[in-house]
Design a protein around this ligand. Structure first.
Ligand code: YNC
Ligand code: MG
Length: 388
């Protein structure tokens, strides 16, 4: 069934719910000298390369590989189109490891044909804090699929993570593997109904006309929350406190210090946007929201080539009702010409998804932990983690 995953320290389907198995690491760490010191073998035509994301040229090669070969929806209408600036942001957080940005090249032509990455994160699982890697951007060129290259990529990134004395990882995928920490769903809030219908992203339901759809999804032209403004560097300590307190409610959530909050949340055009609510009386930051920009290529459409999508990231409300805060996020996304606003059903998102006319997407996003067992899967609302 899963010839590779059966050999890995992950929760196996047969063990689900077994009360005799302890929660926590599945395998203990070994000493660093016992970690394999040489890279895993690739088929002889290929070689490993470290992808230096500081280099414009290499960043562009990664961008081109992903643009042409990364994740598509089930109907192959759309493919994620992460921008170069986004990849730099996503891959270079504080204290990242250059050699966790791993490529595979064809030896003869040097063409980049596969990629996988890790970044470090401190993750809390119940009341344990565990250093982990977040593994993402696993991609094998379409012409090299189904040759068991992915397991080699995964073993190699694992080896390099082990060499930093890190033994756990978190990752997400649209495919079901042994075994999910949580099974989540995307919800989509239409901002530009005409385009979404034209490109086949959504359909007019029964008794719905284009003009009724346009009216249904219309938003106020300006935001409603008093004191809402773009996040600035001086807000970092307050946002770190708000976020840390909030994430403390979930069973699994990352821990972010000021440097990480600055990296992940300070606005960058077409990468990440964050807004805070500053109280006019106390000058305190009481709430914030954030979203990141991830366009998709629209495959084979004569009139449109790019779907501009915003994805909700981390949001905290202490004074402003969360649904009101998120409606302001929708209004800003609409002003900035996004076509759709996406959100997972994680954290406390579910109530505002329904209130603000998000529609449930098809397909699941599964969250996984490597080498860390929980007795049972957790609910999306118990998860305080968003991966890119
Ligand atoms: C996947 N997405 O099940 P079994 S998400 C993990 N994540 O193994 P082959 C995957 N495993 O079942 P292909 C996976 N997809 O036999 C497939 N697999 O045990 C497993 N798509 O390998 C699969 N990107 O090379 C099977 O398959 C084995 O040529 C088959 O390559 C797969 O980034 C892939 O969706 C996904 O580029 C590279 O299809 C390819 O099909 C592709 O024959 C389009 O592989 C892009 C795409 C995946 C996005 C992502 C998260 C990846 C997490 C990887 C696991 C990390 C584990 C933690 C490591 C650190 C540990 C520490 C410490
Ligand atoms: Mg393959």
């Amino acid at each position: 069934q899963h010839k590779f995953w059966e050999t890995q320290p992950v929760g196996q389907f047969k063990d689900l719910g077994d009360p005799s198995l302890p929660e926590g690491p599945i395998e203990p760490p070994t000493s660093l000298s016992e970690v394999k010191q040489e890279p895993y073998n690739l088929p002889s035509l290929y070689e490993w390369t470290v992808c230096d994301m500081d280099s414009d040229e290499i960043c562009n090669e990664v961008y081109v590989l992903l643009t042409n070969n990364y994740v598509e929806d089930d109907d192959n209408l759309f493919r994620f189109n992460y921008s170069k600036e986004f990849l730099r942001w996503g891959l270079r957080p504080p204290d990242h490891f250059r050699n966790w940005h791993i490529g595979v090249r064809v030896k003869s032509s040097k063409k980049l044909v596969a990629f996988i990455t890790g970044i470090p994160v401190k993750m809390r699982v119940r009341d344990e804090v565990v250093k982990m890697a977040e593994v993402n951007f696993l991609c094998v060129h379409k012409k090299l699929r189904s040759k068991r290259l992915a397991p080699v990529m995964i073993k190699e990134v694992t080896r390099r993570i082990h060499l930093e004395n890190i033994w756990q990882a978190a990752y997400t995928a649209g495919v079901l593997l042994p075994t999910p920490l949580a099974t989540c769903q995307y919800w989509h809030r239409t901002l530009n109904p005409k385009k979404l219908i034209d490109i086949g992203f959504s359909r007019l339901g029964d008794r719905m006309t284009m003009s009724r759809a346009i009216k249904l999804y219309k938003l106020p032209s300006s935001t409603v929350t008093t004191g809402l403004r773009k996040m600035e560097a001086r807000d970092v300590p307050a946002v770190t406190r708000l976020l840390s307190d909030y994430l403390g409610r979930f069973v699994v959530a990352p821990l972010f210090d000021d440097a990480e909050v600055a990296h992940w949340l300070l606005p960058q055009v077409d990468v990440v946007e964050s807004y805070v609510v500053e109280s006019s009386e106390s000058r305190e930051i009481t709430d914030f929201f954030s979203f990141y920009t991830l366009p998709s290529s629209i495959l084979n459409n004569p009139s449109y080539s790019v779907l501009k999508a915003a994805y909700t990231f981390y949001n905290v409300s202490t004074k402003t009702p969360l649904a009101q805060l998120m409606q302001d996020a929708l209004i800003i996304a609409k002003q900035k010409d996004y076509d759709v606003f996406n959100a997972l059903d994680v954290m406390e998102n579910e109530p505002f998804l329904k209130e603000l006319k998000f529609g449930r997407g098809d397909g699941q996003l599964y969250y996984y932990l490597y080498n860390y067992r929980l007795r049972d899967a957790i609910r999306p609302s118990e998860l305080g983690l968003v991966l890119l």
